[in-house]
Ligand binder design. Structure first.
Ligand SMILES: *Cc1c(COP(=O)(O)O)cnc(C)c1O
Length: 381
């Protein structure tokens, strides 16, 4: 069965019955005999989808985790109250005092600050690897245990060669954790390229409606046992209402991503030709860093793109002047968003974008007209 069809049927119960799994709210699950109580406790040791207590998730979250496990082609999927919780729980599951980890140098800012501000205090050190690293041996220390990758990278969307990187990681006995929020389980599957854990902030495209916070970690092989143990140990769960909202968003994931992709590609291609624009970052542009690897490993792009304006144009005025793109953190919802980015010390607007855009589900021509009008009003006085 094709994936688009599966998206529609995930979680469907016996018929007659509702098309969507219901919201099952519970802390305590009642039994009338000790023997069924004990039986549930025993079965849940090997089956994550036994409804035994609210902290282990109820049928609503179980339906979502089964769907995401299948989308990402993993063996197990654990759910968290945010993408950041999925990242921090996963890293904590695999790292112990004295360990060292590698992280792609443009990883999501909260991943970097967790390593810098928390893991360092726990005596876990990290060092950066460049986005185009494939052989990891030059970065290896005797205590290196894990690599955190993110492809495409945040803000400049550089595409990593995860196949080559994972081959090297296997040789060196490293666990590879991928932040797959960009691909959201749809555009590519990190576990199929050799990664051990794939993390998705479902706050973005999985939910898709800017109203839900959720994180997921999908694991394969030997990575599943430590991830499971630490997730249970730390009491992580996703509330049933959030699981329901995410499942509902999931039904239209492929439709929405097709539209986000077509619009962001159209905007990026249009922007490249504009005299007001110095540089555009979008994995669908033929001269983008890693475009060929993206074409090999992924089925499409999402709605994100970044740009820098030509000298004499003010990025903040541009963002303030846009009307259909509101200013906001996050992305992956139905709405268009814009954000002026902090200049990075030592990097020019040629190397670091000034503006990030998220192309929403509005008509592409309206968005381009909005951008055209804002560009014309963005010259420095
Ligand atoms: C948004 C995001 C996260 C964090 O997700 P939250 O659900 O906001 O906690 C992690 N990684 C990437 C790449 C993101 O874009």
């Amino acid at each position: 069965m094709r994936r688009d069809t599966k998206l529609i049927h995930y979680g469907r119960g016996p018929l007659p019955g509702p098309a969507n799994p219901s919201i099952e709210r519970a802390s305590t699950i009642l039994h009338d005999t000790m023997s069924t109580f004990r039986d549930a406790k025993e079965r849940r040791e090997t089956d994550d989808h036994v409804v035994s207590y609210g902290r282990r998730g109820t049928s609503t979250a179980h339906a979502l985790s089964a769907a995401l496990c299948d989308l990402e082609q993993g063996d197990a999927c654990y759910l968290y109250p945010s993408g950041v919780a999925a990242i921090t729980t996963t890293l904590s599951a695999f790292l112990r005092p004295g360990d060292h980890m590698l992280m792609v140098d443009e990883a999501f800012h909260a991943s970097q600050s967790f390593c810098r501000d928390y893991l360092a205090q726990m005596d876990v050190s990290f060092s950066s690897i460049p986005w185009d690293a494939t052989d990891l041996s030059p970065y290896l220390k005797p205590n290196t245990k894990l690599v955190l990758v993110e492809s495409p990278t945040s803000l400049t969307f550089k595409v990593m060669d995860l196949r080559a990187l994972c081959d090297s990681a296997k040789d060196l006995n490293l666990t590879v954790v991928a932040d797959n929020t960009y691909g959201s389980g749809w555009l590519y599957q990190p576990l199929c390229l050799g990664c051990d854990v794939s993390i998705i902030s479902g706050t973005k495209y999985l939910s898709g409606h800017a109203d839900t916070m959720i994180g997921a970690a999908v694991s394969k092989g030997d990575a599943s046992a430590p991830l499971r143990a630490h997730t249970l140990r730390t009491g992580q769960l996703l509330a049933p209402d959030e699981a329901y909202a995410c499942l509902r968003g999931l039904r239209t994931l492929s439709l929405r991503l097709d539209r986000h992709a077509a619009t962001s590609q159209q905007i990026a291609t249009w922007l490249v030709e504009r005299p007001e624009v110095k540089r555009v970052w979008h994995p669908g542009l033929a001269d983008h860093p890693g475009h060929n690897i993206w074409a090999r490993d992924a089925s499409g792009v999402n709605g994100l793109l970044s740009l820098s304006l030509a000298d004499g144009f003010d990025p903040e005025v541009f963002v303030d002047t846009l009307k259909l793109f509101a200013i906001g953190a996050s992305w992956g919802g139905f709405e268009s968003l814009a954000l002026a980015l902090q200049p990075k010390s030592g990097l020019t607007s040629q190397d670091h974008p000034q503006v990030r855009l998220h192309a929403g589900l509005e008509h592409a021509d309206d968005l381009i007209e909005d951008i055209r009008a804002a560009l014309s009003k963005s010259t420095l006085e």
